[in-house]
Structures are given as structure tokens and as C-alpha cells.
Design a protein around this ligand. Structure first.
Ligand SMILES: Nc1nc2c(ncn2[C@@H]2O[C@H](COP(=O)(O)OP(=O)(O)OP(=O)(O)O)[C@@H](O)[C@H]2O)c(=O)[nH]1
Ligand SMILES: O=C([O-])CC(=O)C(=O)O
Ligand SMILES: [Mn+2]
Length: 630
């Protein structure tokens, strides 16, 4: 093997000695320091095509189809660990192992793990390079798929190496697919190991990932760094690292508002980030679709930065009807599609892309597929990976190191019942309470059962790098750092409530602009709201429903706070709070829960007000909304 230091593009002693150490341990055939260039992309994608990992698409420029091992399709929450020095610091929501024990054990997994492979060293920066304090990382990986995906998802390569000068702090991100090619062993298109560990050492700002090639487990800048490690950095340094999209909205009067929204995985962030407003005169521009870092600006407002440079979006359900801007983004090429279906003419397809599937496809398991196959052609967590810069609606501010000042933060989950379409919080601390008790049905973004309601505080349940109770306190503390009128207003939304007929009560997607508009007009003091025990909801007349064929009783049902449903909900919140434990749960949240309980008891006969019909209701027997169901 060549000596890694001989070719290193950096003299940073901590980088060089760490790369040496890992090369000794993992025994790759060679070490490549990635420069992030187009040449490198071409070389690696060509290699991936030759290996059978990628199929070059005929119908999209510089784009590739890829199918993973059928067992390596999503984040593995049960194999994800927060290895803080003390177990208590990981909190009740995380798997914990002693950092020394974890490292001792994983070291044996890593020993010789890169045999027969190339080790890539990728320097990356989360957020703009010219930020006041840029956040660097170096990822070591033995996966070409990871190396090219990191080119899309992060700012990486020579420009980062140049900035990563001696003494600069960086997060050590170690990754191996855990499939050494010992003498005589042939490679597979998607190497991985049955055993997987996604381990975080928050005090050391280090990540060790082993055994998986899937995005959320292997592209370590994303969930591992920008959320789990960064949440701990943010706690220590007085900011927030959140699972949020960032969106710019311009009103017909040309007033600009920036908003952020936190929804659990596969609950609508990317779609809202690329909103195509159905309300006349409004424009929406994209700043980020998954992660937001929030810091106070000199103006005393919370400013949001997107630390990423690409989208790693859920493919199924993405189509011209639901998310035309995502479709335009991928049409421009330079993208990687994982676990979608491949068409016979060299394009991609997934459920929801078009109404009718092609007559023949290669499905995500590389099998022949026809519409009578009886199984989806794309995995429900199949993904497109594409550069944000080529999104037609990207806002110029997406790369601004100062970030954008937030007017509002939305929290939402996927709930068939109980949670109203939109609720305005009464105060920052009430908003923090709503966010802390957020719940959602599980989705295919993580392995495990789908459709189970679980508490998902701030949509961060799988992404917190420290104790959830301390995290709640940190959110409350943030609210004390500036004057209340400068804080973003917190709203709680649920696009996914269903009626007795099991249909969604709200059409969602572009129509969500109507909800955002109401929220922004609330901030400006020009929209009506009704008080409910949970917070303020729009009076039916306050939502602009122009042009939407909507039955007012449906909207009433979507907005209803039903005290009977809340009996169960309160029990589940009690359970969450009990799990967190008295000494780590902020008293403020206990007080907010008591106040909610009192308001619910006082309003047990509450029903959402309804207005007389304004538009004809859709005909009986047809789906309520013109949107694909799958
Ligand atoms: N009914 C309904 N479905 C939606 C809406 N927005 C998104 N979806 C669907 O929800 C699924 C996930 O949406 P995404 O926008 O990709 O979710 P995400 O939060 O970005 O997911 P991650 O990338 O896993 O974090 C897709 O199948 C969408 O079609 C909505 O407003 N209403
Ligand atoms: O992290 C991933 O693998 C994909 C993603 O956005 C999520 O699951 O929230
Ligand atoms: Mn997404």
C-alpha cells in the first residue's frame, strides 16, 4: 500500500496521523484523498458502473440507478448508539454503550475490514465554507457510492482541504461497509455486513459507522454529524441543530418571510421545502429540506442555515402533481437513485411518479416487474440524491453564511387522528411543549414496523446526541436569550389527519400554502383564530380556501380538538414525561401539561366552529382529493 501521508492534500497533523492509524487498522489496498472534482466523479461513477453497482441512465444526464442489498435500505435505529461517557447523558431515548467498550469491540470489526478495497478520505464542510466558524468533517470510507454521494450532499474537496489548516477542529467520521475482499473473494454490487453499528462519541465529536452503505447510516455528514453530533455542539455553544426544512415565502405584497419546519422522516419536509403554492400571488423558494442549524444573529433573531448541499429525498409519492420542483431538479441530472425501479429505456420509475406504471420494469430487487407483480417496484424508502444548487426554486440565500431570520417554526407529525391541521402556540414555552410532545406514525425511513404512533420530540427522537430532558431545557433556554417578539412563532401542524372514510381530511402538498399564509397573517396580526384547549386554530372563514373544492365539515373535522381523543393523548404524554424522569424533565413542561389538562377539562363540550358552505363539495364516491394514494 502507498503511504497515505505521501499524497495527503493537507499537513493537518491530526488528520494525517488519524488516516495513517485507520489505514493500518483496516488494511486497504490503497488510499485516495478525494478532491471533489468532476474527474473524480467520472472515475468513481464509471468504476461503480463496471462493478455493477450503478446503471448509467440513458434518459437523465450524468445520473445513475442503484439497488442496495435488500437488507440495507434504511436507518437502523436499534443499531445506532450514543456513546457518552456517562449513560445518563445519552438519556432514555438513545441506545448507549460505554465509549471504551464500543471502541474496543468495533476496532475488531474494523481490523482488516478494507482489505482488497480503496480507502477514500473526504474533507467536507457542513454549511457555507465562509461561515464565521465553518464546521468541518473528514470522512474515511471504503465505499465509492458514499464518496460520490458525499460530493452531492456536502461541500467537499480541494476547497475544504485548503481551509482545513493545522489546528482547525474537525469531526472524525469513520465508515466501512464491513465487507473485506480477502484473497479470492469477489465483490458484490452492494457490499455491507449483516452486523451494523452506527456509533457516536459526542464528547469527542467522533462517529464510527460500520456495516451499512445506506445514506442515513453511511453519509456521515448528514444525520450522524449535522444532527447527533451537532445537537451536542449546539447545546454546548448555545444554538440548535434541528431536523428542519427551511423555506422562503414571498407574499403578494412582496413581503418576505423565512420559516423552518420539523417533521419526522418521511413526513413531508422535502415536499414542503419545494412547495408550489396554490394561493395566487405567493412564491416559495427552497433553502433546505432536511436539516437546519439555528443561531442568533446580531439582530437578536434566530437565523437558519442549511448545512447540506444536496437533497436525499424519498422517491415514492414524488411526481409532477405532488412535487414538480423535485422532478425538475432531478431532470437536470447529476443524480443518484437508490432502490427505485429501472425502466427498459434507461430511466427511473417509482410508485406515484406517474399514474400508470410502464408495462415492464426492473424492480429495486433487480427482478423483472410488471403491473401484476403484486409488489411495489420501488422500495418505500427509495431515494433520489441530487444537488440543491440545481433546484429551480432554490433561493439565492441558501448559501448565505449569515443564514435567514425565521418568522415561524412549524412542527408536525403524521397522525390519522387527534392532532389538528394547524394550531398556533400561545407562547415560546407552550410551543416548546407542543414540539416536545410531538408524535407520529413510524415510516419506512427506519427499519421496523411502519404505522405505529410514537412520541417524536421535535422530530428529533432518532437524532438526539444527548439527554432528551436536557434538550427540552436547552430549547426553553433559547427562548430566554432574546426578547419574545424577536423569537419565531411556533405552530403545530398535521397534514395527515383522516376522516371516518379513512381519506385524508386535507389535500396537502401545494395546498399547504393556505396554512402557511394563515400562520404568517397571524404573525402580522391580520388573521382570525379561535381558542381551543390546545392553542389557536383558524376560524373556518380565516383560511383562504379560494378555488379549493372543500366541504366545510371536512375542514371543521381537520381542525377539531376532540377532548375524547385527548384522553388517550394525555396518557401518552404522561408516559413520555415519566420516561424522561423527574430530575431531567423541565418543570415548565410539567406546568404546560397541567394547564392543557385543565383547559381540556373545562372545554369537554368544545367543538370547532363551522361556517356555511362556500364551494360545492366534491361528488360522492370519488377520492376527496386529486392526489395519488398508494
Ligand atoms: N397526504 C400528504 N402526503 C404528503 C404531504 N407532503 C408529503 N407527503 C408524502 O409523504 C412522504 C414523505 O414526504 P417527504 O417530503 O419526502 O418527507 P421528508 O420529511 O422529507 O422525509 P425524510 O427525507 O425521510 O426526512 C411522500 O410519500 C410524500 O408524497 C402532504 O402534505 N400530504
Ligand atoms: O437519513 C436518512 O437516511 C434519510 C432521511 O432523511 C431520514 O431518514 O430522515
Ligand atoms: Mn426529505
Amino acid at each position: 500500500m502507498n503511504t497515505p501521508t505521501a499524497t495527503a492534500p493537507t499537513a493537518h497533523p491530526a488528520v494525517v496521523s488519524w488516516v495513517d492509524e485507520i489505514a493500518d487498522l483496516t488494511a486497504p489496498d490503497s488510499v485516495v484523498w478525494c478532491d471533489g472534482s468532476a474527474d473524480e466523479w467520472d472515475r468513481l461513477t464509471t468504476q461503480l458502473v463496471e462493478k455493477g453497482t450503478f446503471v448509467r441512465l440513458e434518459r437523465k444526464p450524468n445520473s445513475f440507478w442503484c439497488a442496495s442489498d435488500p437488507e440495507d435500505v434504511a436507518r437502523v435505529e436499534d443499531r445506532t448508539f450514543i456513546c457518552s461517557q456517562f449513560r445518563a447523558d445519552a438519556g432514555p431515548t438513545n441506545n448507549w454503550m460505554d465509549p471504551v467498550d464500543m471502541k474496543t469491540m468495533m476496532t475488531e470489526h474494523y481490523r482488516g475490514a478494507m482489505a482488497g478495497r480503496t480507502m477514500y478520505v473526504i474533507a467536507f464542510c457542513m454549511g457555507p465554507l465562509d461561515a464565521a466558524e465553518p464546521k468541518f468533517g473528514v470522512q474515511i470510507t471504503d465505499s465509492e457510492y458514499v464518496a460520490v454521494s458525499m460530493q452531492i450532499m456536502t461541500r467537499s474537496g480541494t476547497a475544504v482541504w485548503d481551509r482545513l489548516t493545522t489546528g482547525t477542529a474537525f469531526v472524525k467520521c469513520l465508515h466501512s461497509v464491513g465487507a473485506p475482499l480477502h484473497e479470492g473473494r469477489t465483490d458484490t454490487p452492494w457490499p455491507c455486513d449483516h452486523t451494523k453499528y452506527i456509533s457516536h462519541f459526542p464528547e469527542e465529536r467522533t462517529i464510527w459507522s460500520y456495516g451499512s452503505g445506506y445514506g442515513g447510516n453511511a453519509l456521515l455528514g448528514k444525520k450522524c454529524y449535522a444532527l447527533r453530533i451537532a445537537s451536542k455542539m449546539a447545546k454546548d455553544e448555545g444554538w440548535l441543530a434541528e431536523h428542519m426544512l427551511i423555506l422562503k415565502l414571498t407574499s403578494p405584497e412582496q413581503k418576505v418571510h423565512y420559516i423552518a419546519a420539523a417533521f419526522p422522516s418521511s413526513c413531508g419536509k422535502t415536499n414542503l421545502a419545494m412547495l408550489d403554492p396554490t394561493l395566487d400571488g405567493w412564491t416559495a423558494e427552497t433553502i433546505g429540506d432536511d436539516i437546519a442549524w439555528l443561531r442568533f444573529g446580531e439582530d437578536g433573531r434566530l437565523h437558519a442555515v442549511n448545512p447540506e448541499a444536496g437533497f436525499f429525498g424519498v422517491a415514492p409519492g414524488t411526481g409532477l402533481l405532488t412535487n414538480p420542483h423535485a422532478m425538475d431538479t432531478i431532470e437536470r441530472g447529476n443524480s443518484i437513485f437508490t432502490n427505485v425501479a429501472l425502466t427498459d429505456d434507461g430511466d427511473i420509475w417509482w410508485e406515484g411518479l406517474t399514474g400508470t406504471p410502464p408495462a415492464h420494469l426492473t424492480d429495486w430487487k433487480r427482478r423483472d416487474w410488471t403491473p401484476t407483480s403484486g409488489e411495489p417496484a420501488a422500495h418505500p424508502n427509495s431515494r433520489y440524491c441530487t444537488p440543491i444548487a440545481q433546484c429551480p426554486t432554490v433561493a439565492p440565500e441558501w448559501d448565505d453564511p449569515a443564514g435567514v431570520p425565521l418568522s415561524a417554526i412549524f412542527f408536525g407529525g403524521r397522525r390519522a387522528t387527534t392532532i389538528p391541521l394547524v394550531t398556533e402556540s400561545l407562547s415560546w414555552r407552550h410551543g416548546v411543549f407542543l414540539a416536545a410532545t410531538l408524535s407520529s406514525e413510524t415510516t419506512a425511513a427506519a427499519t421496523g414496523k411502519v404505522g405505529v404512533v410514537r412520541r417524536d420530540p421535535m422530530a428529533m427522537l432518532p437524532f438526539l446526541g444527548y439527554h432528551v430532558g436536557d434538550y427540552f431545557q436547552h430549547w426553553l433556554d433559547i427562548g430566554e436569550k432574546t426578547s419574545p417578539e424577536l423569537l419565531p412563532k411556533i405552530f403545530y401542524v398535521n397534514w395527515f389527519r383522516r376522516g371516518d372514510d379513512d381519506e385524508f381530511l386535507w389535500p396537502g402538498f401545494g395546498e399547504n400554502s393556505r396554512i402557511l399564509e394563515w400562520a404568517l397573517r397571524r404573525i402580522e396580526g391580520t388573521a382570525e383564530a379561535a381558542a381551543t384547549p390546545l392553542g389557536h386554530v383558524p376560524t373556518p372563514g380565516a383560511l383562504d380556501l379560494t378555488g379549493l373544492k372543500v366541504d366545510p365539515t371536512t375542514i371543521g373535522a381537520a381542525l377539531r380538538v376532540d377532548p375524547t381523543e385527548w384522553v388517550t393523548e394525555l396518557r401518552l404524554i404522561d408516559e413520555l414525561f415519566a420516561t424522561i424522569g423527574g430530575n431531567r424533565l423541565p418543570d415548565v413542561l410539567r406546568e404546560e401539561l397541567a394547564a392543557l389538562r385543565q383547559r381540556l377539562a373545562a372545554a369537554s363540550d368544545y367543538a370547532a366552529p363551522t361556517d356555511p358552505p362556500r364551494d360545492p363539495a366534491p361528488g360522492d364516491g370519488e377520492s376527496r382529493w386529486a392526489q395519488p394514494r398508494f
